[in-house]
Design a protein around this ligand. Structure first.
Ligand code: ZN
Length: 483
């Protein structure tokens, strides 16, 4: 579940030329040793074959049916002689774990890709959503960038490590998990609760980052190091029921409407963490001057300067505005059932995305103060499904390996980022694993055109799929090969 930088100001980037300012290439890991580097042009045919094969499996969630993807992956692992095992809470929603053994000198590395897709409206697609049609350099399909790209990259990385017989200092584990799009109880939650020994690792890689292309050129890379925590809040207005011909001051709908309006206008305080601070500073350093000023201003200690920059971001780059704070979006409003009956209750649901260090109880009190109406109850509806966890370290071996590969392969700088949405890394970070979100290069223009993840259509450039697989493989080799 990703939503890359949708809010970024596009026009401002039109004339920026970053490539010239970025430093040149380092040698790829193992470039001196032929057997560490696959013959990429030959491998590309195989990458595309697996990618199209998994895209053509309809794993729309609900209902998921991820077992069809697991069966496909199992047959590839079996053919390559890679040991794998299937784990399932529900046989239709299975997960698969494959493992290449290392010497055990270092703790394992885990690569993940989720097998389920979000729902599609086939009538909105130029090509059928499970056709994986190639057109104009793109591959069109649901899951093209969420998450069958990471799934294919993980699969190919294991296949190539095995074929080239790369000696490893640590086990490399691949997990293809079900239910990421809203039913993690079948996937990551189940694996963590019941089979954690199968996936326990020092580091993990999953979706959530990537390279941003603007005007057809790679401009910068992001690595997801932390994520916000979804924690819905309900507002329930209680009033007196009665005949609609006699208006009452206690009308629950009126109270609820007022409460929702107050919460909708409210902007919770801005708060930075290490990841978002580095992200905005880094983005300022590589952005055109007028936009760069906004990113610097929002970090300013002067509340006036900061507020003006915040206003601009809320208007023009809402995703960046959401990264600054715990966000609140009223998304469901329900009340009343007959035009001549005053209902005694009306309920609104707020989609709240908390900063990783937010105190939920304290935040709930803040919302109640904003609502400021004793007729409106403010409550958490149910338990949260994503646990809080510490952000991944930015001075770590994986972060350094990712930075180096981004420079080498894309010639771009790497920014750590906090996603506003949740991923399956949440459960692993809660167990203390250092997790990093990575992904292929995608055109920033593609989101607004309706080709983004969860959009009406979805696509990825074939050439960027190949670059991403190479990136994935080289980062893993860098971290896991015997040294
Ligand atoms: Zn996803």
């Amino acid at each position: 579940m990703r939503a890359r930088l949708q809010g970024l100001g596009l026009r401002a980037w039109g004339f920026a030329c970053l490539a010239a300012t970025l430093s040149a290439q380092a040698a790829p890991p193992g470039s001196g040793s032929v057997r560490l580097q696959p013959d990429w042009p030959t491998v590309e045919t195989e990458i595309l074959r697996h990618y199209q094969a998994v895209l053509r499996l309809d794993t729309t969630n609900p209902p998921g049916n991820e077992h069809i993807a697991v069966e496909y992956l199992k047959q590839v692992f079996d053919a390559e002689g890679i040991p794998s095992q299937v784990f399932a809470l529900d046989p239709n929603r299975s997960n698969i774990v494959a493992r290449l053994k290392g010497s055990g000198r270092k703790r394992p590395l885990l690569i993940m890709g989720h097998t389920d897709d979000v729902t599609v409206d086939a009538s909105k697609w130029k090509f059928p959503p499970f056709s994986a049609t190639r057109d104009g350099g793109y591959v069109y399909a649901r899951g093209a960038i969420d998450d069958k790209d990471n799934l294919t990259a993980g699969l190919m990385t294991l296949v190539m490590l095995k074929r080239l017989n790369v000696p490893l200092d640590r086990d490399v584990i691949f997990l293809a998990e079900s239910g990421e799009e809203g039913n993690s109880n079948f996937g990551i939650q189940f694996m963590v609760a019941q089979h954690f020994d199968q996936i326990d690792a020092e580091y993990c890689f999953a979706e959530g980052g990537g390279v941003t292309r603007i005007g057809g050129e790679a401009r910068f890379a992001t690595v997801q190091a932390t994520e916000k925590i979804p924690r819905g809040i309900e507002l329930v207005a209680h009033g007196i029921s009665g005949h609609g011909s006699i208006p009452l001051k206690s009308n629950a709908i009126v109270h609820l409407a007022s409460a929702v309006a107050k919460v909708g206008d409210w902007r919770p305080d801005i708060r930075f963490n290490e990841t978002t601070g580095r992200y905005f500073r880094g983005l300022a350093a590589i952005s055109p001057p007028d936009v760069a000023a906004r990113y610097r201003d929002v970090l300013s200690a002067d509340p006036k300067v900061r507020a003006a920059a915040d206003d601009w971001l809320v208007e023009h780059e809402p995703q960046h505005a959401s990264m600054l704070r715990t966000s609140v979006s009223p998304n469901i409003f329900a009340g009343g059932y007959r035009s001549n009956v005053i209902p005694s209750e009306a309920k609104a649901t707020l989609d709240v995305r908390m900063l990783p260090d937010e105190d939920p109880a304290r935040f709930l009190e803040q919302v109640a103060r904003v609502v400021n109406d004793p007729a409106v109850e403010v409550r958490f509806p149910s338990q949260n499904t994503r646990p809080p966890g510490a952000a991944a370290r930015l001075d770590s071996e994986p972060f350094t390996a990712i930075e180096a590969a981004n420079r080498r392969i894309y010639n771009v700088t790497t920014l750590p980022t906090m996603s506003t949405f949740a991923t399956d890394m949440a459960q692993l970070r809660a167990k203390g694993m250092q997790c990093y979100g990575i992904g292929p290069a995608v055109d920033l223009e593609d989101g607004p055109k309706g080709f983004g993840m969860h959009s009406d259509q979805e696509r990825l450039l074939e050439s960027e799929l190949y670059r991403f697989v190479r990136f994935n493989y080289e980062v893993v080799v860098d971290l896991a090969r015997a040294k």
